[in-house]
Design a protein. Structure first.
Length: 248
């Protein structure tokens, strides 16, 4: 997955480091609150909430914080309503960028996102200006070494594991990546595939919806450094939920 190469790997490495920053848990809590508000407070019945909670647990967000965020979303905790807003833009080297945000003040967020782009070699475009180059997909990561032992089952080789995964309804593609297995689905099939994998004893490391670029761009060292700086600034912005790019 080209959209999950250099930038994706940097985001993954930053995950636990970012959890140490004061604002990181706040961002995670907002996502949990919004998911609970939209679909209820039970992760077993609200798959979007389950994804948000799993993401928080992966970076050791305290249980009490997760519970408070769910309570806020279901009405027990009050608070301002949050809105999801996405911005489409061009970055250094003409790369495509989509920034998903969650905000209680659309005007403030729009102004600050635009400021980040204009100060770092980018420009915000109109809706549809770059989204045509992305397709939404379900994305799941599993570590085959963490597969639960079922009835003293002997671990299969990765090739056998992949064949077993491909047999699950809804799986579109499977790739090996540095000891992990990445699985891709149609957006509406993500929850079904997660259930199927868990039924076969696989432990889910990550499950989320991604924006996968159709066409990618490879930049020289100088432009790549400028692009990575912009992407990290966007990712660090308090209202940012996700940053997607076609940078290879």
């Amino acid at each position: 997955m080209s959209g999950h190469s250099k930038w994706h790997n940097i985001q993954a490495r930053k995950g636990k480091q970012d959890a140490k920053r004061a604002g990181a848990f706040t961002k995670l809590a907002r996502g949990i609150t919004t998911a609970a508000r939209e679909g209820g407070g039970d992760p077993a019945m609200n798959f979007k909430l389950r994804i948000a909670v799993d993401k928080a647990k992966a970076v050791s967000m305290p249980k009490e914080g997760i519970e408070r965020a769910i309570a806020k979303g279901t009405g027990a905790g009050g608070g301002a309503a949050m809105s999801a807003v996405s911005y489409e833009a061009k970055g250094p080297g003409n790369i495509d960028i989509i920034v998903d945000t969650l905000t209680d003040n659309k005007n403030r967020t729009a102004s600050e996102i635009k400021h980040i782009f204009t100060k770092n070699g980018g420009i915000v475009g109109a809706p549809g200006s770059v989204s045509w180059n992305f397709v939404q997909r379900g994305y799941i990561v599993i570590n085959p070494n963490n597969k639960a032992q079922i009835s003293n089952q002997i671990q299969n080789s990765n090739d056998q594991e992949i064949l077993e995964i491909m047999d699950i309804d809804g799986v579109e593609d499977v790739e090996e990546n540095e000891g992990e297995i990445n699985i891709y689905t149609a957006p509406k099939e993500l929850a079904q595939v997660v259930k199927g994998l868990e039924g076969k004893g696989f432990k889910i490391e990550k499950a989320e919806l991604i924006m996968d670029p159709k066409n990618t761009v490879k930049l020289d060292e100088e432009k790549s450094a400028s692009a990575m700086k912009l992407l990290e600034l966007l990712d660090d912005y308090d209202d940012t939920e996700n940053v997607w790019t076609n940078l290879e």
